[in-house]
Design a protein around this ligand. Structure first.
Ligand code: NDP
Ligand code: 2IT
Length: 448
């Protein structure tokens, strides 16, 4: 539905004219502004303070050259980004994505969403995002290290434990964070909590690796319970097979569900007996191989070329955990036709606007990414706390805090939806709940 409120539609039109080519960014802004209509109508002071105009413009965008040399001695140049979107409630915080598709539009959409997500966690973190069009697939460890060192040689001057704290995202896991951290420390001669997702021996938090996938299932569990449903005995489809997907599988399985399908960008596997997350961990984290090699471990499973078909696998609950716009209208229709009753987003903006509208119109329980995947950054916030305290909490302590945070995010999103007259709409509820805290901080801090 187009934005109705005149103030909001005016801001959007101006933004679209200035950033016509940034389709993912505009998609993310459009969805948020549409949700904010009741909040903006109830608070004329937002318009007076130019709040929305300020919120859709990043505070700072850094773009830079990343030269590096491959194992054969050939020179490559990639492009690096850091978008520092909003620091009104805390230092910029958000991941780094290394994927050939990365461009300014994608980093801005991710940075924009990160502001609201981080606000929802209840922790003092502003929003930012960065990355590069570098593709780690098929690169040697040495090549990845040289690339990370070159990336950090520029990035270090823009970040800091109280300024901007990057972490992982697609293509950036423990290996990359280690190389990035080593180079930051070498340049600055400072051992600080400037990155999260660090290894446990050098300041990482227990449970950060698992946090996004676990948090997704904790959130989904709340949403299901509020509607008389559960994971117990449910068939689950998880797209992707990376960090988020692997630990979503583990937690959903521990809640009594059976994960019957997972994918990578080449295709998907189906195993009606339930996919063991440890096999995917071996394939993806240790072998760095393709998901079709699952059949070498479980010959009775099936592999289908092409990742888009995964939504045709019948399931009760779908957890899209790969990338943006991976669940289009056709996928949503297939899910509904096969009796799926809940979709919870692990990836950022995985469902297209048409898919979200279709799922909601068909009364599918729908958990939006900003709320349901916030467990990763929330645990990054807990890593920052531990670094500041110079302490390490146990796995159980971090996991318990994560569960509380996800329960609170669900309650806040559900309550905000009800308060603003859109009961049950967690997309609107999450956007409004995330927005109001940032809005209040920005109003207090003047026109900056
Ligand atoms: P990983 O790099 O660990 O895994 C990404 C997975 O998604 C891989 O299986 C990859 O397949 C697949 N994938 C990536 N791009 C595409 C594409 N264009 N088409 C189909 N499949 C694709 O990343 P994460 O698991 O960390 O991230 C997954 C999603 O979750 C992203 O949207 C990310 O922004 C979001 N997220 C991550 C958080 C985290 O803490 N890591 C926190 C919150 C959200 P292949 O190997 O073939 O490329
Ligand atoms: O999208 C996300 O929330 C992340 N990739 C995690 C960011 C973080 O700072 O942990």
């Amino acid at each position: 539905m187009p934005i109705q409120n005149e103030y909001l539609s005016g801001v959007y039109a101006g933004l679209a004219a200035r950033n016509a080519e940034q389709k993912e960014f505009l998609q993310a802004v459009d969805e948020v502004l549409e949700s904010l209509e009741p909040a903006v109508a109830a608070h004329p002071e937002y318009q007076k303070a130019g709040l929305i105009e300020r919120m859709v413009e990043p505070e700072r965008v850094v773009m830079f050259r990343i030269p590096w040399v491959d194992d054969a001695g050939k020179v490559h140049v990639n492009r690096g980004y850091r978008v520092q979107f909003n620091s009104s409630i805390g230092p910029y915080k958000g991941g780094l994505r290394f994927h050939p598709s990365v461009n300014l539009s994608i980093i801005k959409f991710l940075g924009f969403e990160q502001c609201f997500k981080n606000s929802l966690t209840g922790l003092p973190m502003g929003g930012g995002k960065g990355g590069s069009d570098f593709d780690p697939h098929g690169k040697s460890d040495d090549e990845v290290m040289r690339f990370c060192q070159s990336f950090m040689t520029e990035l270090y001057r823009h970040i800091g434990a109280d300024c901007d704290v990057p972490a992982g995202d697609i293509g950036v896991g423990g290996r990359e964070i280690g190389y990035l951290y080593g180079q930051y420390k070498r340049i600055t001669n400072q051992f600080t909590g400037v990155l999260t997702g660090k290894g446990i021996p050098y300041g990482g938090s227990l449970a950060r690796t698992q946090a996004t996938g676990y948090g997704l299932c904790y959130f989904a569990k709340e949403m299901l319970a509020a509607n008389g449903k559960s994971f117990e005995g449910a068939k689950v489809v998880v797209s992707g097979s990376g960090n988020v997907a692997i630990y979503a599988n583990q937690k959903a399985t521990s809640f009594g569900a059976k994960v019957v399908a997972m994918s990578d960008s080449n295709g998907y596997i189906v195993d009606e007996n339930g996919i063991d997350y440890k096999v995917i961990q071996q394939i993806k984290e240790v072998n760095r191989a393709r998901i079709k090699t699952y059949l070498d471990f479980v010959p009775t499973a099936k592999y289908v070329e092409g990742s888009a078909g995964i939504w045709n696998v019948p399931c009760d609950i779908a957890l899209p955990c790969a990338t943006q716009n991976e669940l289009p209208l056709a996928g949503a229709k297939a899910l509904v036709a096969n009796g799926c009753f809940a979709v919870a987003e692990g990836a950022n903006m995985p469902s297209t606007p048409e898919a979200v509208a279709y799922l909601q119109a068909n009364h599918i329980l729908f958990a939006p990414a900003k709320a349901s995947n916030a467990g990763g950054v929330a645990t990054s916030g807990l890593e920052m706390s531990q670094n500041s305290l110079r302490l390490s909490w146990t796995f159980e302590e971090v996991d318990e805090r994560l569960q509380n945070i996800m329960t609170n995010i669900y309650a806040n999103a559900a309550n905000a939806a009800e308060e603003y007259g859109v009961k049950g709409n967690l997309v609107a509820g999450a956007n409004i709940a995330g927005f109001t805290k940032i809005a209040s901080a920005m109003l207090s801090q003047g026109i900056v």
